[in-house]
Design a protein around this ligand. Structure first.
Ligand SMILES: *[C@@H]1O[C@H](CO)[C@@H](O)[C@H](O)[C@H]1NC(C)=O
Ligand SMILES: *[C@@H]1O[C@H](CO)[C@@H](O)[C@H](O)[C@H]1NC(C)=O
Ligand SMILES: *[C@@H]1O[C@H](CO)[C@@H](O)[C@H](O)[C@H]1NC(C)=O
Ligand SMILES: *[C@@H]1O[C@H](CO)[C@@H](O)[C@H](O)[C@H]1NC(C)=O
Length: 714
């Protein structure tokens, strides 16, 4: 008897793996055969009558199931002749194969499983069954094959299934069962094939599965299994394929898996497995498919590939989306049987070795999303089976090799997001390709009219009669273009020089400035204030820093309140001129203010920007309506308003701000002067840290751990 296993919902990553499709199972022990060993005629007659009554019981159970309601009575006379039923010579049912026949929502509950004492195979794949797994199945003690897959059965994996000690093939994928994998499955010692994929199983992989030494296929993919891969799986000496992909596995790949010398396919992709690949996997001499993509594996790609260079059956190697680094070793040329190689989305650097030319069976190659540099090796043209080549998102330079026209199998090539130069080779016209975001130049030939604009976008030196690109110029046009651009360049340089000079002098120029000049829009006047505020607005709002608008003074200067034309109120700290005259101060002031404008915390006073000129120098920052905590505490009325819950909130806010400065800023900022004077409150009495005049930036690499840093008055 044959059992088909090639109708599985294989994920695309495994369709290339050709698993032995037929599984032979030893034939049934039949009541009839027992008769041969019986000596007495009476016993023989008794046995026949037992068999006959069993057979009629079975026939009754089948007819009452409602599964065969539409049969004509010619065929229905003998149930053993029904297509879906197999009987032994004694007329007793040994197999029920209802695959892909809709049995109706609740019909599984009408079926009297316990009538079938000799049942060996029960296959109910895709029959529309609902509810939990019927307990009566646990009484089918001779069962060798059980397939309940692709139904809507729910609930946990029931323990009574472990009574089926003869079971060799157990398919229970895609039926939505949840809960843990019972350890007791390890008692079904005859199990050869166990499919539990595409369910909602949780918990760990039980180590007890390591007792199933006859197991050839273990499929646990696409569940929500957690924990690490048990070492005990290394005891499954007969295992040929191990599918654990698309779960939530963590931990390392156990070296013990290297004992599985019959293993032909190992699928661990899309988990959260860490660490390096154990060298012992290099002992898996029959390995053809290794799928480790989309994990958190680390290590040098050179060491990783060298583990597998002696595996002469390896055709499929997926190591994509991990954290492998270093460069690709020349030994890659020894992996001659490789057909699919995916190293994309790692941290691989260096050049592609020319030994890649030995991979003549290579059909799919992806090295995208790495930091590979150098040129595209022309030796790739030797990989005559190449159909799909992705080298995008790297640092490849030089031109696209013309030799690739020899690659007759090539269908798709993605070279986008590199630094490739030169022209577009015409042989690409027969391919699907992406050359976007490179430095390609020259004419896009008309033969590419059927290709999408997206395939060329981001190459500014391409031209041609192509939508989105400007037409190419003749050589005389180019000459005149060069002349024009030279003129233009010199004009721009002069303009820039003038602007630079002007911007250094804008304070002087402001009195004569054109009155029609728009307010709220002069980006150059004040650094970094959303471009929504102009110097003139500030001067106007404070009537040129009139004493009326002054709300405080201190060692470094005075603080003004300014209401901008937009209605927004800001505080201005105008600095005394002394500091500004020191040229080194000028530079460090700019650097550090720039850094502080990037601080974003809801409990640190926001610096909006600054203005720096020897005539006037001020900082623009968030206005705090209630002033400093010190002032409020000194005022009897205001101090009463600040009740304990509000004080508690102030303490919390300050703690948050300090924690942010100490742990989340790079470099770390140490305030060094927290006091009630330096804590400001807004109209809602929310606290803000201010006055960074003595703050220091902590440079983690410097020996004294500090940088000199000073901003007066902020
Ligand atoms: C066969 O079916 C017909 C009608 O469907 C019925 O009249 C007849 O009695 C049936 N014969 C047997 C042997 O069941
Ligand atoms: C499973 O086997 C145990 C022990 O042989 C027995 O007690 C139990 O009833 C069986 N369960 C089913 C559902 O047959
Ligand atoms: C590779 O990554 C590891 C960490 O995963 C690091 O320790 C090592 O220095 C890196 N090697 C190279 C060559 O980048
Ligand atoms: C390349 O593929 C062919 C056809 O599938 C196969 O016969 C041959 O053995 C392969 N070569 C290597 C080196 O594996």
């Amino acid at each position: 008897m044959d059992i088909k296993i090639d109708r599985l919902p294989l994920p695309s990553s495994i369709i290339y793996f050709n698993m032995a499709p037929k599984v032979s199972i030893s034939v049934v022990v039949v009541a009839w055969v027992l008769c041969v060993f019986m000596h007495s005629t009476n016993m023989f007659i008794a046995a026949v009558s037992v068999a006959a009554s069993e057979s009629s019981l079975e026939a009754k159970a089948l007819r009452e199931s409602g599964w065969w309601s539409g049969l004509s009575n010619e065929t229905s006379l003998n149930h053993c002749k029904w297509n879906e039923i197999e009987c032994n010579d004694g007329g007793s049912v040994t197999g029920i194969f209802m695959d892909d026949i809709y049995l109706g929502d609740n019909n599984i509950w009408k079926f009297n499983f316990s009538s079938f004492k000799n049942l060996v195979s029960l296959s109910l794949w895709n029959t529309g069954l609902r509810g939990s797994i019927p307990q009566q199945i646990g009484t089918l003690s001779k069962l060798i094959l059980l397939d309940l897959s692709s139904n809507n059965l729910t609930g946990h994996l029931p323990l009574f299934l472990t009574n089926l000690t003869q079971l060799e093939s157990f398919y229970i994928y895609q039926i939505l069962i949840s809960g843990p994998i019972p350890e007791e499955l390890g008692n079904i010692k005859n199990l050869q094939i166990l499919y539990l994929g595409y369910n909602k199983l949780t918990g760990l992989i039980p180590s007890a599965l390591g007792h199933l030494t006859n197991l050839r296929v273990l499929y646990l993919s696409s569940n929500m299994i957690t924990g690490s891969i048990p070492n005990k799986l290394g005891d499954l000496k007969n295992l040929q394929v191990l599918f654990l992909g698309n779960n939530k596995l963590t931990g390392l790949i156990p070296s013990a898996l290297g004992h599985l010398t019959n293993l032909r396919g190992l699928y661990l992709s899309s988990n959260m497995i860490t660490g390096s690949i154990p060298n012992k996997l290099g002992d898996l001499e029959n390995l053809r498919v290794l799928s480790l993509g989309n994990n958190k594996l680390t290590g040098l790609i050179a060491s990783v590939l060298c583990i597998f260079t002696d595996l002469h059956n390896m055709t499929y190697l997926y190591l994509n989306s991990n954290q492998f680094n270093g460069s690709i070793p020349i030994e890659i040329g020894n992996m001659k049987s490789l057909t699919y190689l995916n190293l994309s989305n790692n941290n691989i650097v260096g050049e592609i070795p020319s030994t890649i030319r030995h991979l003549t069976n290579l059909s799919f190659l992806s090295l995208s999303w790495n930091q590979i540099s150098g040129s595209i090796p022309i030796e790739l043209a030797n990989c005559s089976s190449l159909a799909n080549l992705s080298l995008s998102h790297n640092y490849l330079n030089r031109s696209i090799p013309s030799q690739f026209s020899d690659l007759i199998s090539l269908r798709f090539i993605d070279l986008s997001y590199n630094n490739l130069i030169g022209n577009i080779p015409l042989y690409l016209v027969n391919l699907e390709f992406n050359l976007s975001y490179n430095s390609l130049e020259g004419q896009i030939s008309n033969i590419f009219q059927n290709h999408s604009f997206d395939a060329f976008i981001g190459n500014k030196d391409l031209c041609g009669d192509f939508k989105g690109f400007s037409p190419c110029l003749s050589s005389s046009q180019i000459m005149s273009k060069i002349k024009i651009s030279l003129l233009l360049t010199s004009f721009i340089v002069l303009l820039l020089l003038w602007c630079f000079f002007y911007s250094r002098c804008w304070v002087i120029g402001k009195t004569q400035s054109n009155p029609s000049r728009t307010k709220n829009g002069d980006l150059f006047s004040i650094w970094n204030f959303d471009g929504k505020i102009a110097y003139e607005d500030i001067i106007e709002a404070t009537k040129d820093f009139d004493i009326r608008y002054c709300i405080g003074t201190g060692g470094y200067g005075s603080v003004y309140k300014a209401q901008l034309p937009s209605g927004k109120v800001v505080a201005l700290k105008k600095l005394h001129h002394l500091e500004a005259e020191d040229p080194s101060f000028d530079k460090s002031f700019k650097n550090e203010v720039q850094m502080l404008t990037e601080i974003r915390h809801r409990n640190i006073v926001k610096l909006h920007g600054y203005c720096l000129h020897k005539r006037c120098m001020f900082l623009v920052y968030q206005y705090m309506e209630r002033g400093s905590l010190f002032c409020i505490l000194s005022d009897d009325v205001e101090a009463l308003e600040l009740d304990w819950p509000k004080r508690m909130n102030i303490i919390k806010s300050i703690a948050h701000a300090l924690s942010y400065m100490h742990h989340e800023c790079i470099p770390v900022i140490i305030h060094r002067d927290i006091s009630s004077n330096n804590i400001l409150l807004n109209s809602e009495l929310e606290a803000f840290v201010s006055y960074f005049g003595t703050a220091r930036l902590l440079d983690p690499n410097s020996s004294n751990q500090t940088l000199n840093w000073r901003i007066p008055w902020w």
